[in-house]
Design a protein around this ligand. Structure first.
Ligand code: AHZ
Length: 301
């Protein structure tokens, strides 16, 4: 017999476990609520977070596999830092909800299996001679890293929110440093051409990690903006697919591109003219680890 403690709620009783609900559906009743309580419960927290993260320590732009991996390392290493993740899509996760060509499995080349062990994602390994491991569904990777990141008290994900510009400061040497991001709700960002007077919001932060993916409808955002503000001479342009070349180049190349702005993941291919790797995700996880390492240097100085 399951242990059932019944607590009266609004004339009904509240079973403490789902086992205790079994067979008791005729008396079933939710705890009563007023609609405004729901609105307040959501909006109060959202606006408190908006207020809190307006001054952040680190902003991660893009919650794909690279951005989330970076957020995991940062959130774990430095619970004292405020880390905001800005994701244009309603759903965080970027391209990593599926493997290649909408197939389920996710391939990770060794030694990125270390990251899977770190976050506790099971995988198949064909043996010590095999160069890769396989996660049975890419969604298992994405949902696991996401669930870890969202549980950190010092990390806030603002999804459905697009970064539409970078905040810049003169660095005193003729160049610029990046000092934050300009955001807007994505649905607003998508309507600047047909609606007027929808000014954006801002987040100040000394370190921005941009992981917006390769060029596409939203991708390579910061790299493209650096070109249009003459902080980068031209886009390198993503090259054709070469798994071996691409993954090493992305991890090794993850770095601070202009002061205050670290670029990682496939966005880097648009900076450096690196190859694409297609459906192998080890470089995304380890580029995220390296981006976090670069960011942490700023707070160790
Ligand atoms: O929605 C985008 C996605 O979730 C988000 N994003 C892009 N621009 C943004 C902006 N503001 C806020 N201006 C923005 N968010 O960034 C996320 C990028 O995720 P991704 O999975 O595309 O990038 P990644 O670098 O983490 O992983 C790329 C994986 C690869 S490799 C590859 C190939 O070789 O062909 N293709 C993919 C998708």
């Amino acid at each position: 017999m399951p242990h059932t403690t019944s607590i009266p709620v609004g004339g009904a009783t509240k079973p403490e476990t789902i086992e205790a609900m079994a067979g008791n559906w005729s008396d079933f009743q939710f705890a009563p609520i007023r609609e405004s309580q729901v609105s307040r419960a959501m909006t109060r927290r959202y606006f408190a977070d908006l207020d809190k993260y307006t001054e952040s320590d680190i902003v991660i732009v893009g919650a794909g596999s690279c951005g989330l991996s970076s957020a995991y390392v940062l959130g774990k290493a430095r619970p004292d830092l405020k880390i905001a993740i800005i994701e244009a899509g309603v759903a965080p996760g970027g391209g990593a909800w599926l493997g290649g060509q909408l197939f389920s499995a996710m391939v990770m080349r060794k030694p990125a299996d270390a990251f899977l062990r770190e976050i506790g994602v099971p995988y198949e390994d064909e043996g010590p001679e095999s160069s890769f491991v396989v996660v049975k569904h890419a969604a298992l990777f994405t949902s696991t890293v996401l669930s870890k990141v969202l549980q950190f008290p010092n990390v806030k994900l603002f999804n459905a929110t697009a970064v539409e510009d970078l905040i810049t400061r003169k660095d005193g040497k003729g160049g610029i440093r990046i000092a934050g991001v300009v955001t807007n709700w994505t649905l607003v960002s998508m309507h600047h051409d047909d609606q007027s007077c929808m000014d954006p919001n801002t987040i100040n932060a000394p370190v921005i990690i941009s992981t917006t993916g390769h060029d596409g409808p939203f991708g390579a955002f910061s790299a493209k903006r650096l070109v249009s503000m003459n902080a980068l001479s031209a886009l390198g342009g993503m090259r054709g697919l070469d798994m071996n070349t691409a993954e090493d180049a992305i991890v090794k190349g993850t770095r601070e591109i202009v002061p205050g702005l670290i670029i990682g993941g496939m966005e880097l291919s648009e900076v450096d003219g690196a190859n694409r790797m297609g459906p192998t995700f080890g470089a995304m996880a380890l580029s995220g680890v390296k981006a976090a390492e670069e960011a942490l240097k700023v707070f160790e100085e």
